[in-house]
Design a protein around this ligand. Structure first.
Ligand code: CA
Length: 229
């Protein structure tokens, strides 16, 4: 599995590279994200670890560019933020990063987060993800093996996290999916805040258009995908 690290500070870049190599990842390290799409095309990483503060083009701008591209819109991305403010984290997720870590990061935690995201992305295998399994619910069709979603037969582009959330909602449609289950099954991180879940959910609803209204908030508990009225 290959991780592309984008970090302008040389010391941190070297630390990240050594750490990830020790954990068994292949690593490509870059000092800026100015030509992010071209760099991805050349290196074909499985996952992007992107610093938020970069010269010329910020991490947020780079994520936006990757998500907006046709080919790499689903590339798993973890943003490294040096800022511990909640707004920066939410902002990172809002533009489409799948997860974030804050500096100073703990090597073992970082490696664990990368592996968790890789598992969610099926890069390193996930039980039951293989095969041509599709489910459909009202106007939505989900293809689990290809990670694709259609609404009214139009394909929509979801981030990996949004995809996982939608999949969990549809798997138990009509029933309440608690925030705890969402954290465990869709986000792979038990420490994700309620606000972060809300941000992912708002983005998912928006992308689903009219169908997004079928995702109901069950106050104080979680969410439910309701049958079409
Ligand atoms: Ca930086």
């Amino acid at each position: 599995m290959k991780v592309m690290v984008v970090e302008d500070e040389r010391d941190i870049r070297d630390i990240l590279k050594n750490l990830l190599e020790e954990e068994g990842f292949q690593v490509v390290a870059l000092e800026n994200g100015l030509n992010i799409l071209e760099d991805i095309r050349q290196n074909q990483p499985d996952l992007l670890l992107l610093d938020q503060i970069l010269p010329g083009k910020t991490g947020v701008e780079a994520v936006r560019e990757v998500r907006g591209s046709e080919q790499y819109s689903k590339l798993p991305i973890i943003m490294v933020t040096g800022l511990s403010g909640e707004d920066d984290k939410v902002n990172a997720l809002d533009v489409g990063a799948d997860d974030y870590v804050t500096k100073p990061f703990y090597p073992k935690e970082l490696a664990a987060r990368i592996k968790a995201l890789a598992r969610r992305s099926s890069i390193i295998g996930e039980p039951g993800a293989a095969g041509k399994d599709r489910i459909s619910k009202d106007a939505i069709v989900i293809d689990f093996s290809a990670h694709r979603v259609w609404v009214e037969e139009q394909e929509i582009a979801l981030t990996l996290t949004e995809f996982k959330i939608l999949a969990e909602l549809l798997k138990q449609s009509g029933q309440v999916l608690t925030r705890e289950k969402l954290r465990e099954r869709a986000l792979g991180n038990l420490n994700v805040t309620d606000r972060t879940i809300d941000v992912h959910m708002a983005s998912l609803r928006k992308k689903l258009g009219a169908v997004g209204g079928q995702i109901e908030t069950v106050r104080g508990v979680g969410y439910r995908f309701a049958d079409r009225a």
